[in-house]
Write a protein that binds this ligand. Structure first.
Ligand code: SAM
Length: 270
């Protein structure tokens, strides 16, 4: 795996070179990386602590993911069953991993970002499919990244774990081949800013895989979503999401719906 180059906040000329050892999750890695003209960046237990403070203006839903008990239960209690429960159709965790890997199609030497990764289910799945690609799993929740590290370590999956805000990524423009994002789009409070960042970091023609929830059409679904909306979760109709992605520079390549759950593969428009 290559070293990871991060840009410091505020000035593109200031960068941090993160050693590849940080992505080897079989060994604890701790360091302070000096930045050119910026304060040192702490890497503790392999997690790159770029965003140390909780970002301001976050929703109740986002805040709940900063809590260790949420992170502990997230994958085994909720995520493994979530698509089946939300769509009302049989669709296993393994089915979702296969769909992600077939569509995102990771290639040797590529760099792929898992945005709002929680336990890094997507980055771990992509690593299994293509160990010669570099995975960068990004979340602003430290407890989630700690869980990601523990799952990835037990599966011998290597990746960079980056604590950062998806709406202000410390990655250089046109530096990644693909971005994948499972379920987090509904939760990002600054959706358009995150899509702008996604487009910015993608190479021209780069791929973006999103799984997100559409507005429900049944009464029960509408009631459930009305409750989540109060906590800061957004939902779109198919038409609204089409416009959201097109307006932010993405062209749909593939699309599949399972009830309200939508899987889409996009290309960055040049
Ligand atoms: C619904 S979970 C999705 C998890 C994961 N992608 C998956 O497929 O299981 C949303 C995650 O996005 C993270 N998140 C929310 N807003 C964020 C932001 N602005 N920057 C980085 N991470 C964010 C939360 O901490 C949480 O772990």
């Amino acid at each position: 795996m290559d070293n990871l180059i991060l840009k410091a906040t505020g000035d593109e000329r200031n960068s941090y070179r993160i050693p590849a050892e940080a992505a080897d999750l079989s060994k604890p890695f701790n360091a302070e990386v000096a930045g050119k003209g910026s304060e040192p960046l702490l890497i503790k237990d392999n997690i790159i602590r770029f965003q140390k403070k909780t970002p301001s203006g976050i929703s109740m839903a986002q805040r709940s993911n900063l809590l260790p008990p949420t992170a502990k239960m997230y994958e085994n209690v909720w995520r493994k069953r979530s698509i089946g429960i939300l769509s009302g159709e049989y669709f296993s965790f393994e089915d979702e991993a296969a769909l992600l890997c077939d569509w995102a199609d990771p290639q040797p030497g590529e760099t792929i970002v898992d945005l709002g990764c929680s336990t890094a289910f997507y980055a771990r799945s992509l690593f299994r499919r293509q160990p010669d690609a570099t995975q960068i799993a990004v979340d602003f929740s430290l407890p989630m990244l700690e869980e990601a590290r523990s799952f990835a370590e037990s599966e011998k999956a290597n990746m960079y774990l980056l604590q950062a805000d998806a709406s202000a990524l410390p990655l250089y423009g046109e530096s990644v081949d693909a971005v994948v994002c499972g379920g987090s789009l509904n939760e990002f409070s600054k959706t358009e800013k995150v899509l702008w960042e996604t487009k910015r970091i993608l190479k021209p023609g780069g791929r973006a895989f999103f799984m997100y929830l559409l507005k429900a059409e049944t009464l029960a679904g509408k009631l459930l979503q009305a409750g989540s909306a109060g906590g800061g979760i957004s939902f779109w109709t198919e038409k609204e999401s089409e416009k959201l992605f097109a307006d932010n520079g993405f062209e749909t390549e593939k699309s599949e719906r399972k009830g309200v759950v939508c899987f889409q593969l996009f290309r960055r428009i040049e």
